[in-house]
Design a binder for this molecule. Structure first.
Ligand code: GMT
Length: 374
């Protein structure tokens, strides 16, 4: 198939899923055309089946906000027409689903039918999408898509709850490439960070409020009163300076390192003993899956789709949002040397269920069904 993929090309989970899906489809001999405003982060190599089309966003003094959606729709029209695409797959509803709708209508006037698949990733529904400033357009463009998928049962449920959706939503979970995300021998790295054999705790996120990174620091602060430990914070975002201030206030700075955005996050995960994800909302929790694939158990909240990934008492533990005491207690239980090995083993076994080789064919089948229905 010739498939156009539209996504945010940055470090966010939806962009990672879209890019990894495109790479896997290209490996299976489909022709994949990425349509984005810059080169997707994980698409920095050559493959004969992968193509990249940059959206040109023209500015003009009149525009306080350059109309990205129009530039994107125009690019979609161009690529569908000249590359003779079979289908467009847009990741994250805002504004990709409505731009795709516009492109579809334009192409229709030229006698071209292009089916649209929209994948809902999380905040496009739970945070941004349901805001009245976007909700009518999000509802309309989901209903007008030819196929809709969500990354967890919980996100599907939320979508039906918040919007008047008349379409079936298929659940296709996030996935992981186990050839890349696996425990590597990085003992020198562990020794450098934990010279006295401290336990290593890791959190990765975009440091937005919804991730509750301050809870990570508070849990860590309580834990280290019982077990020697170090914390690595990977990623960057709007809350970073508040978190630094909190570390200073709690006097934990010597044991916490901010690593910023990292491409090879699997190297850090390879030496971690525990991953903490205290999110207020999380449709799936791709970062937790990446940790589990590297044999790292997960302390998380029970928000959103997290219970569909992290199995309470097996691969880690689930707590209520904000319950720092419970998450601390659970973290100490996992880090106990008599438990740690079993949790690590279970985390990897669970991650294997989300291997890309199991999930990618679900998208292929979904595309075929949509094309058949045209
Ligand atoms: O977590 C974020 O803020 C990034 C966001 C995105 O759209 O890039 O992630 C969402 O999509 C990921 C991939 O499907 C999911 O694994 C994340 O759970 C989801 N984030 C939220 O729901 C908060």
């Amino acid at each position: 198939m010739k498939i156009g993929i539209v996504c945010y090309p940055t470090f966010g989970g939806s962009g990672v899923v879209a890019t990894e899906l495109g790479k896997a489809l290209a490996k299976a001999d489909h022709k994949i055309h990425f349509i984005t405003y810059s080169q997707p982060t994980r698409l920095d190599f050559f493959n004969e089946n992968l193509f990249y089309h940059e959206v040109d966003i023209r500015s003009y003094p009149l525009f306080e906000y350059p109309p990205y959606e129009l530039a994107l729709a125009s690019k979609m029209v161009d690529v569908v027409k000249y590359e003779k695409l079979d289908l467009l797959h847009v990741h994250y509803a805002i504004p990709h689903a409505s731009a795709a709708y516009m492109a579809k209508q334009i192409l229709k006037t030229e006698g071209i039918n292009i089916p649209i698949v929209t994948t809902l990733h999380g905040t496009d529904i739970t945070l941004v999408g349901k805001d009245p400033s976007y909700a009518p357009v999000v509802t309309f463009s989901i209903n007008e898509s030819d196929g809709v998928t969500a990354v967890s049962d919980d996100l599907k449920k939320d979508t039906y709850q918040h919007f008047k959706i008349l379409k079936d939503i298929a659940v296709i979970p996030n996935f992981i490439d186990l050839e890349r995300f696996k425990k590597q021998k990085k003992e020198h790295f562990k020794k450098a960070i934990c010279p006295n054999n401290e336990k290593l705790i890791v959190h990765t996120s975009n440091f937005r409020k919804v991730k509750r990174v301050d809870d990570v620091v508070r849990i860590f602060n309580k834990m280290r009163q019982h077990v020697p430990a170090k914390l690595l914070l990977v990623g960057d975002g709007p809350e970073r300076s508040n978190i630094e201030a909190l570390c200073r206030e709690l006097g934990t700075c010597d044991d916490i390192r901010f690593l910023g955005k990292l491409e090879a996050v699997e190297e850090v995960l390879s030496v971690a003993d525990l991953f903490i994800m205290p999110s207020e909302k999380e449709s799936f929790g791709l970062a937790a899956l990446e940790a589990m694939a590297c044999e790292v158990p997960v302390i998380s909240t029970n928000a959103g789709g997290l219970p569909e990934l992290n199995i309470n008492g097996k691969t880690g533990f689930l707590s209520k949002v904000g319950d720092i005491d419970d998450m601390t207690k659970n973290a100490l239980h996992i880090l106990n040397d008599s438990n740690l090995h079993t949790f690590k083993h279970n985390a990897l076994a669970r991650a294997k269920e989300f291997d890309i080789t199991n999930i990618m064919p679900m998208y292929e089948d979904f595309y075929r069904d949509i094309l058949k229905a045209q």
